[in-house]
Design a protein around this ligand. Structure first.
Ligand code: ADP
Ligand code: ADP
Length: 225
């Protein structure tokens, strides 16, 4: 029972033009429940394109994307947006938290958008922030938090709606090595506890080695790393 399946996924930019680029050339990938997979790729290999397609932010040129067994490729925009909101959590290299809102509010807002009542959403936010060790910063805005704290809040936001799949693009890539190591292990513990499936892009081979499986994206194709 795969949580994420990509079948023959291709992506071509600028089709038919002199600058045509075939970024993905037939990607087959299956991630099962609870599996944590490292995606290793040189810059420009199409890692962001792959993560965006897996997370329903972009559509493939051809091929199929299945989330929890459901075909996503032919859904209309509205259905795809709702599947994304309910089933996928994203973490980026830079936290992308809303600067005007507190840590708690950043975790609560996506829950309200998904229809969770305010009281339950706040309670869940509080529990998540405690779990990652930033509860004492709950009322602070992102600019008042350290880099590591900002990323921890971003993890909480990604998990706020209890997604089935977590997608992360260099989730600790902007932190110094020591903080990165610490913050990454918090993330991995959290993912393991929740039984989430995850695809985590990283350049850091030590971090990649802590995951269940490593795959490499190279010249538009996936290989086992
Ligand atoms: P990575 O995340 O591995 O660095 P990307 O997926 O961002 O790679 O990009 C892969 C290649 O596709 C790059 O050569 C990039 O310039 C190209 N590319 C990405 N997005 C677009 C786009 N919207 N239009 C044209 N080319 C693009
Ligand atoms: P870390 O060890 O996580 O890198 P820092 O040395 O960046 O932490 O920050 C130490 C503490 O100072 C953190 O708890 C953080 O919340 C607080 N802090 C950092 N920057 C600011 C700021 N601009 N305003 C208020 N508090 C801050």
């Amino acid at each position: 029972d795969a949580v994420l399946e990509l079948k023959g996924v291709t992506k071509t930019y600028n089709a038919g033009q002199p600058n045509q680029i075939d970024v993905l050339r037939g990607i087959d990938l299956s991630i099962s429940a609870g599996e944590v997979v490292a995606l290793v790729a040189p810059s420009g290999a199409g890692k962001s394109t792959l993560l965006h397609i897996a997370g329903l932010l972009d559509t493939p040129t051809s091929g199929d994307v299945l989330l929890a067994g459901r075909e996503m490729t032919r859904l209309n925009d509205r259905a795809r947006t709702s599947a994304r909101r309910d089933d996928v959590g994203f973490i980026y290299q830079f936290h992308h938290l809303l600067p005007e809102f507190s840590a708690t509010e950043n975790v609560t807002l996506p829950q309200l958008a998904a229809g969770t009542p305010r009281r339950a959403a706040d309670a869940r936010s509080q529990a998540l922030l405690e779990r990652v060790g930033v509860a004492h910063r709950a009322a602070h805005r992102p600019a008042e938090l350290s880099g590591g704290e900002q990323q921890r809040v971003a993890f909480c936001r990604a998990l706020a709606n209890q997604p089935k799949l977590l997608l992360a693009d260099e989730p600790t890539g902007n932190l110094d090595p020591e903080t990165s190591e610490r913050v990454f292990s918090t993330l991995l513990d959290l993912v393991r506890e929740t039984g989430l499936s995850a695809l985590i892009a990283t350049h850091n081979l030590e971090l990649a080695a802590k995951m269940d499986r490593q795959i490499r994206l190279d010249a538009g194709a996936l290989r086992n790393a």
